[in-house]
Design a protein around this ligand. Structure first.
Ligand SMILES: Cc1cc2nc3c(=O)[nH]c(=O)nc-3n(C[C@H](O)[C@H](O)[C@H](O)COP(=O)(O)OP(=O)(O)OC[C@H]3O[C@@H](n4cnc5c(N)ncnc54)[C@H](O)[C@@H]3O)c2cc1C
Length: 599
């Protein structure tokens, strides 16, 4: 339930004449429907996405951004910041929004002495990787040279050095940003620490980032490459890779994948139109040690093997991502484990029209927490999967969506409750992007409510501003009548974790490590296989990790769900796991004075 405060009728107040006036005030460009360059300006990197904002601002300075934000604020318009449009597929419809493209802001400054890079919002990773390497540094870029540094980093940022150095978001040292009030701020651990924490994993819900400052790492020795085997060996190779990956040190970041190279002229001849199972890996260490590490993979007798000592700039091309904009449909998920059965399901569904299906090993530095981390925190799953296909027209796009759904359904028994921000190419309930046992999502909502209460900023995965929860309402429930104020406030905060409309009658308890939602009636957004859908909650319905429905103050049903947002996607092993937790849950209920009733 992300219902924003801006209604579409406000948009009508921004007449075209008004927008022309804004054009005159910007150093950069403002492109409007009907202009000759309208289609170029509104195009996203992902060509399958048809973006139709009210205008596209091609900002060239912080002042331009401030002017656009002030203009939007006065007229009730929204702002959708965008670098490249790699992440455009999950963006909401842009009605009433000005698309603020940062692609003209590509400056990069390397401060070798401080081991920092200051990167303007429109810079691509290749704009940073090359000058950083020239000065003896590596950065935590991802698989593709033309992904935007800012969008990638705000969503986490998992690259080839992720197991050894962590997520890019946790290497950010400062962020320059324009708030919804048009205020320019530099965020760091001393200045606006809440907002600084929120943007590092919370995405684009908090303002327009104009520049970001990242830590640089001295270039280590790097050994990297890929091995290719015929597709028929997919199961055997991926099982061996998984076994190998689980023994290697954190200095190795690796991917097991299936690639159906399209029969296109720009794909090199030996690969064109062919399908392979591939292992790609980067080792931070010497060539001799690297050769020893990959020896077990070489024993599988690959058809091609490119492993060698490499320069840092070579890592940008290891994954063979498309070098230019393409129309794509894809989606991902975290995997708690990767047993043989999961590999079997993955291989079985790895068929065209999907082109690339990959499983990246997590762990290492991504799984270890540190005080300075941003909202992205740590990733607890063991693997992450992403599947994608080309979608040149709506019919093929529909077929690719179905193929992605089949892969996800096959892996559902091992899927984590959380999903990875940057690989979620469909809209997901924001709570699913953060660890469930922390208050990360709730804290993000509060920070959004402080800095963008009217939800001006449109992000690919929006953080709704916090629902206003009335502590007096909670105190009116007999169960909580005698709670001290501090605990009441904590409960009110915990309620923010459930995406329930303000005013819905819910009471939340955090007890025995489980979040318990006591729901009398209301509406929830439930994410199922077909995407998010609103659901009225009545008798027999509830949501929450373990929830129970109260009717007229009496408990009438208990429903257990793996996550707040996945009530419809429970599978057998999950039921088993949750069933085992029920005695503990029952004990905590009794300690709260609740009687068991039906079911
Ligand atoms: C080919 C390809 C390879 C990829 N490889 C990886 C990978 O290896 N690892 C990984 O983690 N992810 C990867 N991704 C996912 C990628 O990180 C996300 O799609 C990311 O959102 C792209 O950032 P962008 O700026 O290029 O895209 P955009 O679509 O421009 O931005 C995505 C979102 O970021 C926010 N944003 C962007 N700029 C600003 C700004 N200036 N101010 C405020 N908010 C802003 C907005 O909410 C925007 O909707 C890949 C994606 C593709 C298509």
């Amino acid at each position: 339930m992300t219902g924003g405060a801006r209604s579409p009728d406000l948009v009508d107040r921004a007449g075209t004449g008004d927008l022309h006036a804004l054009r005159g005030r910007l150093t950069g460009g403002l492109v409007l429907p009907g202009d000759a360059d309208w289609d170029d300006a509104r195009r996203a990197w992902n060509l399958a996405v048809d973006q139709r904002p009210v205008a596209v601002a091609l900002v060239e300075s912080v002042e331009d951004v401030v002017k656009v934000v002030e203009f939007a604020g006065e007229r009730g318009l929204r702002i959708a910041p965008q670098g490249t449009g790699h992440g455009a597929s999950a963006l909401a419809v842009l009605d009433g929004s000005i698309l603020v493209k940062t692609s003209r802001l590509r400056g990069v400054e390397i401060d070798a002495g401080a081991a920092r890079a200051r990167i303007e919002a429109g810079a691509l990773w290749e704009d940073v990787v090359v000058p950083a390497a020239e000065q003896g540094f590596v950065v935590l870029h991802g698989s593709s040279p033309d992904v935007g540094v800012v969008g990638y980093t705000l969503g986490g940022g998992m690259g080839w050095l992720a197991r050894s150095r962590g997520l890019a978001a946790n290497s950010v040292t400062a962020v320059e940003l324009v708030t919804s009030e048009g205020r320019f701020v530099r965020l760091d651990s001393e200045n606006e620490p809440d907002l600084f924490w929120a943007v590092r994993g919370g995405g684009g819900s908090f303002g327009v980032v104009t520049a970001i400052e990242l830590e640089l790492y001295p270039t280590p020795e790097l050994f990297a490459g890929a091995m290719f085997w015929p597709l028929e060996r997919a199961g055997e190779v991926l099982r061996s890779w998984r076994g190998w990956a689980e023994t290697v040190p954190h200095e190795v970041t690796s991917v097991g994948r299936i690639l159906h190279f399209p029969p296109l002229p720009d794909v090199p001849e030996p690969m064109r139109g062919q399908s392979f199972v591939i292992v790609e890996a980067v080792f931070v260490g010497s060539e001799a040690d690297g050769n020893a590490l990959v020896a077990p993979l070489r024993e599988l007798d690959p058809a091609a093997d490119t492993f060698a000592a490499v320069e840092p700039t070579a890592l940008q091309h290891l994954h063979m991502d498309p070098p230019q904009p393409v129309p794509g449909v894809g989606d991902g998920l975290f995997l708690e484990r990767l047993p043989d059965e999961a590999i079997g399901a993955f291989v079985q569904n790895a068929v065209p029209p999907l082109i690339s299906l990959e499983i990246r090993q997590l762990g290492g530095a991504m799984a270890s927490s540190a005080q300075h981390h941003g909202a992205v925190g740590t990733l607890d799953a063991e693997y992450v999967m992403f599947a994608v296909g080309m979608a040149p027209n709506p019919e093929i796009a529909a077929a690719v969506h179905e193929a992605v759904d089949r892969v996800k359904a096959g892996l559902a028994p091992w899927e984590s409750a959380r999903t990875y921000f940057n690989f979620a190419e469909r809209q997901v309930g924001g709570a699913r992007l953060y660890p469930l046992k922390t208050y990360t999502f709730q804290r993000l909502r509060k920070i959004r409510a402080t800095h963008d209460p009217a939800e001006m900023f449109v992000s690919n995965h929006p953080i709704p501003s916090a629902a206003v929860i009335d502590t007096a309402r909670i105190a009116s429930a007999p169960l909580f009548a005698n709670l001290p104020t501090a605990e009441l406030e904590e409960l009110a905060g915990a309620m923010g974790e459930a995406e329930v409309d303000a005013g819905t009658e819910i009471i939340t308890v955090d007890e025995s490590g489980s979040t318990v939602y006591l729901i009398e009636a209301g509406e929830a957004e439930v994410i199922g296989a077909g995407g998010p859908s609103p659901m009225a909650l009545g008798t027999g319905d509830t949501f929450g990790e373990i929830g129970l429905l109260l009717t007229e103050g009496k408990r009438t049903a208990t429903v257990v769900a793996r996550t707040p947002m996945q009530l419809l996607a429970l599978s057998e092993p999950d039921f088993e796991r949750i069933r085992q937790k029920i005695p503990e849950f029952e004990r905590s209920l009794r300690s709260l004075g609740l009687e068991r009733s039906s079911r």
